[in-house]
Design a protein. Structure first.
Length: 194
């Protein structure tokens, strides 16, 4: 039996449905069916789909923070830690091919809807941007750390989008290899801090 609460199960099911179907095309009924609860029980936990969206974004923020912390601990150098970010495309390539990037697709959809939660969802990208900027600063690139972080974010989002559009996992592999070559070509300009 699961130790997760009904609320946690609802949020996790909604997170998966928002990724696979999109926020707008995922209904209360879809989420309730995925969790196998009655609509009445569902409404006990969430009054609106926007409430669920807020909880999904919060869950993604927590999970992203945990992932970044794990990368900090597992990578001995900034290059190794940035490589972990690049490798996420490989680790999730089957889902990316089918649905795109979970962060990019949600942010894009909320932007199209001019949804009030768009800025909250955008904070997911900000987490990655700040973390990458910090890693590039550790490589001695204080002046251009943000530009390097944004370049890598933009490239990874482009790869995810095109892999999804063309349903091409080989493209992901090819681009990841090129991103690693690009990263290896960036010289450390000072003694790198661990």
């Amino acid at each position: 039996m699961s130790d997760k609460t009904t609320r946690e199960r609802i949020v996790e099911a909604a997170d998966e449905l928002f990724y696979r179907q999109g926020f707008e095309h995922s209904s209360f009924a879809d989420i309730a069916d995925a969790v196998k609860i009655s609509r009445g029980n569902f409404y006990h936990h969430f009054k609106s789909k926007d409430d669920i969206l807020t909880a999904v974004i919060a869950l993604r923020m927590v999970n992203t923070g945990k992932m970044l912390d794990q990368w900090e601990q597992s990578g001995e150098t900034p290059v190794e830690r940035i490589s972990n970010f690049i490798q996420i495309l490989i680790m999730n390539r089957a889902k990316i091919e089918q649905y795109g990037c979970p962060v990019g697709t949600l942010c894009g959809e909320l932007a199209k809807l001019d949804h009030a939660a768009q800025s909250d969802a955008n904070r997911l990208f900000t987490l990655f941007r700040q973390w990458l900027r910090h890693q590039f600063k550790l490589l001695g690139h204080d002046a251009d750390a943000d530009a390097l972080a944004m370049h890598l974010l933009a490239r990874s989002q482009g790869v995810a989008t095109l892999a999804n559009v063309f349903h091409d996992v080989a493209f992901i592999d090819q681009e990841v290899m090129q991103m690693h070559h690009w990263l290896d070509s960036i010289p450390a300009t000072e003694n790198t801090a661990q």
